[in-house]
Design a protein around this ligand. Structure first.
Ligand code: ZN
Length: 384
C-alpha cells in the first residue's frame, strides 16, 4: 500500500542530503551522499548499483541501478531522473529546505518535485512488487542536470542493456511529453584596434558593427520562422533572443571591444552543428566592410532538442495508463541525451514545473499517488 508515512520515510533522507548544483562554487555540493541513500534503498531490493564518476574533483557522480530479468528478452524499462537540485535561498523559505515537511496533503522540501519525489515513488512501487521481474528494470540518477547536464552527457550506450523505453521523471503533472526544444547559448566577441574619438571611424567601431550583426541575427530568426514549422509547440519555430550586450569603456574612444550574449531555442531536427554554421555565416557576412574581428563561442554546452522515437505500440501503452494527450514543452530536459544513445524516451513525472526552483517547493500527494499508480501499472505490464 502506498501511504503518506511510507513516502515520508523514503523521501526524507533524500531531501536531507544536500545535492545542490550551482555555478557559484561556494554553493556547489557533491551529490554522492544522495546517491548512496538511493543506492542503499535499491540494493535492499536486489538492484545491482554502480556509482560512476562524472567529475570526481567536484564530487559529481551518476548512479546506475539495474535488476536483470528472468527472461531472455533484455528490452526492459529504464527510469531516469536527476538527484541534484538548484540552490535554495534559505532566508526566504518558511522552514529548513533540507527537512521534509508535510501539510494538507502537500510535501515541502528542496527537490521534492524536481525531482527526488520521483525516486521515492519508484522505490515504494518496487518494495511492493516481487523481486523476480521477467524483463530488466534500470534506474538512473544523474549529476548536474541543473547546471551543465554533465551527468547525462557522461552516459554511454554500453552502460545499458538496450531498454525498450526510458521514462524521464521530470515534473509534467503526469502528462507524457514527446518533444521539447533544445537550448544553445552563445557569446559573440567583437574587437578592433579602436582609436581617439576625434578621428571617429565607423568601420572600426564595434557598436556600429554590432548593429549590422543584430540585423543579421534578426533576419536569421525570421528565415527560420518562415521555413521551419513545428505546430506542436506554442512557439512553433526556432527562436533567437538577444540577451545581453556590453560594449566599450569610454565616451571619447572608438569602441574597440564588445560582447553580445544570445540564445537559440531550436526545434527538433535543427542540430547544434548546423546552427553554429548558419550563425557563423550570417555574422561573417554582416561584418563585411568593417575592420572588426569576431569570435563566436558557446556560453554553455548545448542541450539538444528532444523528439521521442518511441514507436506507436509503446506510446499506446503509455497513453492507455495516463489517459491524457501527449504534450510538447518549451523547457529542456535530459531526454535528448537518452535518445542520442538510441533509447526511445518519454518524459513523464509527478508534480508541476511551476513548483520547481521555487521557494517552499512542494509536491502534492495527489500527484505522487497518480505517479505511483501509473508507473506501477507500467512496470507490472512491461516487466512482469
Ligand atoms: Zn529537473
Amino acid at each position: 500500500m502506498f501511504k503518506p508515512k511510507l513516502m515520508h520515510n523514503l523521501l526524507a533522507p533524500l531531501i536531507a542530503a544536500n545535492t545542490v548544483s550551482a555555478d557559484l562554487q561556494a554553493n556547489d555540493m557533491s551529490n554522492h551522499n544522495g546517491l548512496e541513500i538511493l543506492a542503499n534503498q535499491l540494493e535492499r531490493l536486489q538492484f545491482d548499483c554502480h556509482i560512476l564518476p562524472v567529475d570526481e574533483g567536484r564530487g559529481k557522480w551518476n548512479l546506475i541501478a539495474h535488476r536483470a530479468g528472468t527472461a531472455s528478452n533484455r528490452h526492459g524499462l529504464l527510469f531516469s531522473g536527476h538527484i541534484d537540485t538548484v540552490a535554495a535561498d534559505e532566508s526566504l523559505w518558511s522552514h529548513n529546505p533540507f527537512t521534509l515537511r508535510s501539510h494538507s496533503d502537500l510535501f515541502f522540501g528542496l527537490g521534492v518535485t524536481d525531482m527526488k519525489g520521483f525516486f521515492a515513488v519508484l522505490v515504494s512501487i518496487l518494495q511492493n512488487l516481487e523481486m523476480q521481474n521477467k524483463l530488466p528494470i534500470t534506474i538512473v540518477a544523474t549529476a548536474d542536470e541543473e547546471t551543465t547536464m554533465a551527468g547525462a552527457r557522461a552516459l554511454a550506450a554500453e552502460m545499458f542493456s538496450q531498454p525498450a523505453l526510458a521514462i524521464l521523471g521530470e515534473p509534467t503533472r503526469m502528462r507524457p511529453v514527446l518533444s521539447h526544444k533544445g537550448y544553445l547559448a552563445y557569446q559573440l566577441r567583437l574587437h578592433s584596434t579602436g582609436g581617439h574619438s576625434s578621428f571617429p571611424d565607423a568601420n572600426k567601431n564595434c557598436i556600429n558593427a554590432v548593429t549590422s550583426v543584430n540585423q543579421a541575427l534578426i533576419n536569421k530568426a525570421s528565415q527560420w520562422k518562415s521555413q521551419i514549422r513545428h505546430p506542436e509547440f506554442s512557439v512553433p519555430f526556432p527562436t533567437i533572443n538577444l540577451g545581453a550586450l556590453h560594449a566599450g569603456d569610454s565616451v571619447n574612444k572608438i569602441c574597440s571591444h564588445l560582447t553580445l550574449n544570445f540564445d537559440v531555442r531550436p526545434t527538433p531536427g535543427l542540430s547544434s552543428e548546423q546552427i553554429f554554421t548558419e550563425l557563423n555565416q550570417a555574422i561573417k557576412q554582416s561584418l563585411k566592410g568593417y575592420k572588426v574581428h569576431y569570435e563566436l563561442n558557446d556560453l554553455y554546452l548545448p542541450v539538444t532538442s528532444f523528439a521521442s522515437s518511441a514507436t506507436d505500440d509503446r506510446k499506446d501503452v503509455i497513453q492507455q495508463h495516463c489517459s491524457c494527450h501527449f504534450a510538447h514543452e518549451n523547457y529542456v530536459t535530459e531526454a535528448g541525451f537518452f535518445e542520442r544513445l538510441g533509447i526511445p524516451t518519454i518524459v513523464l513525472g509527478p508534480g508541476s514545473i511551476e513548483q520547481a526552483h521555487q521557494v517552499n517547493e512542494f509536491v502534492s500527494w495527489e500527484q505522487l499517488t497518480l505517479a505511483h499508480n501509473i508507473y506501477a501499472k507500467l512496470i507490472h505490464q512491461w516487466c512482469y
